[in-house]
Design a protein around this ligand. Structure first.
Ligand code: 2F8
Ligand code: CA
Length: 164
């Protein structure tokens, strides 16, 4: 069933690609990108721009979540734009931590945090606990971030960049 859905999904996308009036060269790039994502669609990853995303159905600590993403050839999600952020669901670990230096937030690829979407009052070590890992949370119908202890179980989201 999943394979059928994925095949239908891909044929629709390829048809759309042909109908967009794009130049043949651009269209080929578009087709190749879709085909290279096909493997992930089959495994129920979802896509947005140049990445595919896996959302867990069980909960793990931040480190165990990251290990799972790495095993899948991906890593915890890095959020580069508000649009990407809108794709998210509730209570999931993302690839942001200050476990190296308290207060210095870094993405899992080593880049520093520039644009952030913290909830009001966050980041905040509630009850003087170390809260070094970041989850995305729904608050007032918006997705925003909270830091919390890395050893608590949470859902997680992996991201894999898919390029040609
Ligand atoms: O009030 C904000 C505060 O809410 C919770 O603590 C009561 C969060 N902790 C967990 O979800 C475990 C804090 O991280 C958050 O700062
Ligand atoms: Ca917090």
């Amino acid at each position: 069933m999943c394979v059928l859905q994925a095949a239908l999904n891909i044929s629709l996308r390829l048809a759309l690609c042909d109908n967009q009036g794009t130049k043949r060269y651009d269209c080929n790039i578009c087709k190749n990108l879709i085909l290279s994502k096909f493997h992930y669609y089959q495994q129920e990853w979802v896509d947005f721009n140049d990445s595919v995303y896996y959302i867990s159905s069980i909960k793990k600590t931040w480190n165990a979540s990251r290990d799972d993403c790495l095993k899948k050839g991906a890593d915890l999600m890095i959020i580069n734009s508000e649009e990407e952020q809108v794709q998210l669901k509730d209570n999931m670990w993302i690839g942001l931590t200050d476990s190296e230096t308290e207060g210095t937030w870094k993405w899992v690829d080593g880049t520093p945090l520039t644009t952030s979407y913290w909830m009001d009052g966050e980041p905040y070590n509630y009850d003087l606990k170390e809260e070094d890992c970041v989850e995305v949370k729904q608050h007032e119908k918006k997705n925003s971030w909270n830091d919390k202890p890395c050893d608590l179980p949470n859902f997680w989201i992996c991201e894999k960049k898919v390029s040609l």
